[in-house]
Design a binder for this molecule. Structure first.
Ligand code: NAD
Ligand code: UDP
Length: 339
């Protein structure tokens, strides 16, 4: 199949292209490089030995998008392109609503015009808000606490409306838990701008000496050791989930929603200790105040994806840390580190 990957130069997109190539799909990328570098695509091509047709376009620009649909016979779109920084979304909500919601609507309109009605959408466990219990299954009630999360929830609702109005659409909504790690080669990985907001990239930067110490946001949560618990999933497992989700699109089975997580939760301290083992040194940390909007525990019940997509995450926390560490040491300044 020919797959259009929006946001394909980004963290999850770049890993997904490699899995798509392995499964013999053709890949076309639209990315405006607002949070990524063309270098990731170059390295993806080097890893998979296959080329990627790349368009440096903004999905908000319908004329450009139409060119892509005219020039290529696209079967399915995997839609990653979005802004994702929770903190920034609080201070710049309109930037997020414009890019994530108007951007997706722009894409859906062009898809509809070209009769391409197959889409896999990147949602997030953030749509579960503060869950009443863990593990979380897909039937849990939804609520969000910040504009980024609201863009994901609104998009889920918009996709639901699109499907109800025209059930020839095939839509898979994937709710990712916490993607971490990197490709085994150490050639592609997560390359955050500035100081990382997320735990694993922050720990990696402490380990490589770019940050002095980790601030642990609260140690008084009702968890195993008082620190927040999350379901960290290896980005390669997550990427493979998209290949399996394509089969659901091929089945033409309408609108389906899946959690992509491991089903296991790790606390901040447990994650830090796993990383210490991977990098072979003790890492400095201090306990600080809780971060506004954080929840105590969040991990998936991944049974639905296991049953219906025949997908399950296979990589453990030690491998996630080893792979994140390899990427960090080989590329201390991300893609700016050069060859
Ligand atoms: P990323 O920022 O690395 O990748 C997103 C890509 O989209 C970037 O390459 C960026 O340049 C591109 N992009 C953004 N707006 C665009 C636009 N208007 N037109 C064209 N390209 C545009 O992020 P990621 O971590 O790879 O996340 C991919 C998707 O998964 C996002 O939708 C994100 O919300 C979702 N998600 C991510 C996480 C996570 O922790 N990384 C968790 C849950 C969901
Ligand atoms: N966290 C932390 N220090 C940091 C970054 C994150 O203690 O510098 C904690 C955070 O409070 C949460 C966990 O690590 O309990 C995962 O945070 P992340 O931002 O990576 O993911 P999210 O909270 O969005 O699930």
């Amino acid at each position: 199949m020919t797959i259009l990957v929006t946001g394909g130069a980004g963290y999850i997109g770049s890993h997904t292209i490699i899995e798509l190539h392995k499964a013999n799909h053709n890949v076309i990328v639209v990315d405006n490089l607002s949070n990524s570098s063309k270098e990731s695509i170059k390295r993806v091509e080097e890893i998979s030995g296959k080329s990627v047709k790349f368009y440096e376009y903004n999905i908000l620009d319908q004329n450009k998008l139409k060119e892509v649909f005219k020039e290529n016979k696209i079967d399915t779109v995997i839609h990653f392109a979005a802004f994702k920084a929770v903190g920034e979304s609080v201070s710049k909500p309109l930037k997020y609503y414009h890019n994530n919601i108007a951007g997706t609507v722009s894409l859906l309109e062009v898809m509809s015009e070209f009769h391409v009605k197959n889409i896999i959408f990147s949602s997030s466990a953030t749509v579960y808000g503060d869950p009443v219990s863990v593990p979380i299954d897909e039937s849990f009630s939804l609520s969000v606490t910040n504009p980024y999360g609201r863009t994901k929830l609104m998009m889920e609702e918009i996709l639901g409306d699109v499907f109800r109005a025209d059930n020839s659409w095939n839509i898979v909504i994937l709710r990712y838990f916490n993607p971490v790690g990197a490709h085994k080669s150490g050639r592609i990985g997560e390359d955050p701008n500035g100081i990382p907001n997320n735990l694993m990239p922050y720990i990696s930067q402490v380990a490589v000496g770019k940050q002095k110490e980790l601030s642990i946001f609260g140690d008084d949560y009702p968890t195993v050791d008082g620190t927040g618990v999350r379901d960290y999933i290896h980005v390669v497992d997550l990427a493979y989930g998209h290949v399996m989700a394509l089969k659901k699109i091929e089945d033409r089975s309408g609108l389906n929603i899946y959690n992509l997580g491991t089903g296991k939760g790790y606390s901040v301290l447990e994650t830090l200790h796993a990383f210490e083992l991977a990098c072979g040194k003790k890492l400095n940390y201090k306990i600080s105040d809780r971060r506004a909007g954080d929840i105590a525990s969040c991990y998936a019940l991944p049974n639905k994806a296991e049953k219906e997509l025949e997908w399950t995450a296979t990589r453990e926390i030690d491998e996630m840390c080893e792979d994140a560490w390899r990427w960090q040491t080989k590329n201390p300044n991300g893609y700016k580190s050069g060859k």
